[in-house]
Design a binder for this molecule. Structure first.
Ligand code: ADP
Length: 273
């Protein structure tokens, strides 16, 4: 092909890796004197492309579902099919679904912002006080579900992006409240061990995560129980965001969970400040 047209590209897979071949014809004085063949290992790039396609398909599905609910309710109202008594319920449904869309779009934007990468400016962040502050914004949600939250541990400082670390604590605590039972507990603990590795732990005694689902909960849009996640306002992106933020901070995540006993998620920062 390259000999006829001057250039051609093709992709091939071998031993689990994907390669791209670029061939270009070389001419001198109107005569073909040879060809240049460039080979690129595009495995990572192909993987990212597949991920992106999958993500787009998922996003479309996730956006469509609430929109269909909104359209359905609006149509019934429009056609006078709803009894006057039921009107507030239908309008409430529309508002609720619209609210869910806003939350979802915010999470999608957050993820794509993180995907963009770029180096974010870091600063020393003290985790104990960050946790205490973040927990305050979740107090009323916890109270509504009769859940007590405690923050304990030592003041530990890591080098990081304050806004993102706040988001991590928020997402982990938000889950610990939502996948819990009335009377449940959420404990937030910050510690530093002798090697100088600091960690942030969020432990709950809620419904737990089945062993076979534990590897998947950090994937985008994965939920153990779709109806529970939706009923409590989940987007399926919370832990994907946490994973992304941990990666940015060179932090490791440890998940321990047992059904009906509870879940403990620890973010371990490899480098002490
Ligand atoms: P969601 O918006 O659905 O909460 P997440 O990405 O935050 O999405 O979490 C993914 C799934 O992991 C949840 O749908 C839920 O099934 C499970 N999960 C997350 N945190 C907990 C927890 N503390 N206890 C039990 N299950 C959890």
């Amino acid at each position: 092909d390259a000999m006829d047209t001057g250039h051609c590209e093709t992709r091939m897979e071998r031993d689990g890796r994907e390669y791209q071949f670029d061939m270009t014809r070389i001419q001198a004085d109107g005569e073909v004197v040879g060809a240049v063949l460039l080979t690129f290992d595009v495995t990572e790039q192909a993987y990212a492309e597949r991920n992106r396609r999958e993500f787009t398909a998922n996003v479309s599905h996730e956006l469509k579902t609430p929109l269909q609910g909104i359209i359905g309710s609006a149509e019934l109202l429009e056609n006078g099919m709803v009894r006057p008594d039921d009107v507030p319920r239908f309008v409430g449904h529309i508002r609720g679904e619209a609210q869910r869309l806003v939350t979802l779009i915010n999470d999608i934007l957050r993820l794509s912002e993180l995907d963009e990468g770029g180096s974010l400016p870091t600063e020393p962040v003290e985790l104990l006080s960050l946790c205490t502050d973040t927990v305050k914004s979740l107090e009323s949600a916890a109270q509504q579900r009769q859940i007590t939250m405690t923050v304990t541990g030592e003041a530990v400082t890591v080098s990081g992006v304050r806004r993102l670390l706040t988001e991590t604590v928020f997402n982990l605590c938000d889950n610990a409240i939502r996948y819990n039972r009335p009377g449940g507990k959420v404990q937030i603990i910050t510690t530093c061990n002798r090697d100088g590795h600091c960690s942030l732990t969020v432990a709950d005694n809620g419904i737990g995560i089945p062993r076979e689902a534990q590897a998947s909960v950090f994937e985008r849009f994965y939920r153990v129980d779709k109806s529970r996640s939706k009923a409590t306002g989940g987007t399926g992106l919370g832990l994907a965001i946490v994973k992304h933020i941990a990666r940015i901070h060179n932090a490791r995540i440890k998940l321990e969970s047992e059904v009906d006993v509870g879940t403990t998620i620890t973010v371990i920062f490899e480098t002490a400040h």
